[in-house]
Write a protein that binds this ligand. Structure first.
Ligand SMILES: [Zn+2]
Ligand SMILES: [Zn+2]
Length: 183
């Protein structure tokens, strides 16, 4: 796995909550196990205490995305550095399952929440520094406020997903048609 791909850990963790919709999919140990499965990390041992720990990290990572997306890179970096300091990585070269040698950032020496936070923070740091903080984004299709990393060649990404892009386009089309028929 490329280190930059680990930013997906941060994106998926933050997006377990949809503040604009009032939904939250990180409330139980089963939710944590689902999150781990989604990033391809086997759910070794999820403890009850992992839930509040991951929720706390989630709030900090959301503010990294929000500050970066809204032009406050200093704040975004300060928060991210706090996460990196609190959850250090423990890199290890590994070659399991017949795959080529690659780096694992954290192999559950610490608890599940701690190692997840370490990987998420490191992945986000790699993306923020290689692409630039303005490439961290918040979905532009309200009420969705999902976060994403814009790795597009023309720096044009505005939505978290195809679904939100379609929804936003339909809304614009309807508004135009309404404006036309009002003329
Ligand atoms: Zn591996
Ligand atoms: Zn969205």
């Amino acid at each position: 796995m490329e280190l930059s791909a680990y930013a997906d850990y941060a994106v998926r963790l933050v997006n377990t909550e949809a503040p604009g919709r009032g939904t939250d999919e990180l409330r139980t140990t089963a939710d944590v196990a689902r999150l781990l499965a989604a990033v391809g990390r086997p759910a070794a041992r999820v403890a009850e205490s992992d839930v509040p720990r991951l929720r706390a990290v989630r709030a900090r990572l959301r503010s990294v995305f929000a500050d970066a997306a809204e032009g406050r890179p200093e704040e975004a970096v300060a928060t991210l550095n706090g996460v990196l300091a609190e959850f250090p990585v423990h890199p290890r070269v590994t070659g399991h399952d017949g795959r080529p040698w690659h780096i694992h950032l954290a192999d559950d020496q610490a608890g599940t929440a701690e190692s997840y936070a370490a990987v998420a923070g490191m992945g986000l740091a790699v993306q923020l520094t290689s692409l630039g903080p303005e490439r961290l984004g918040l979905c532009d299709a309200p009420p969705c406020r999902n976060v994403f990393v814009d790795a597009s060649a023309n720096r044009s990404r505005r939505y978290c997903s195809e679904r939100c892009a379609t929804r936003a386009n339909v809304a614009v089309y309807r508004a135009r048609r309404k404006a036309r028929s009002a003329d």
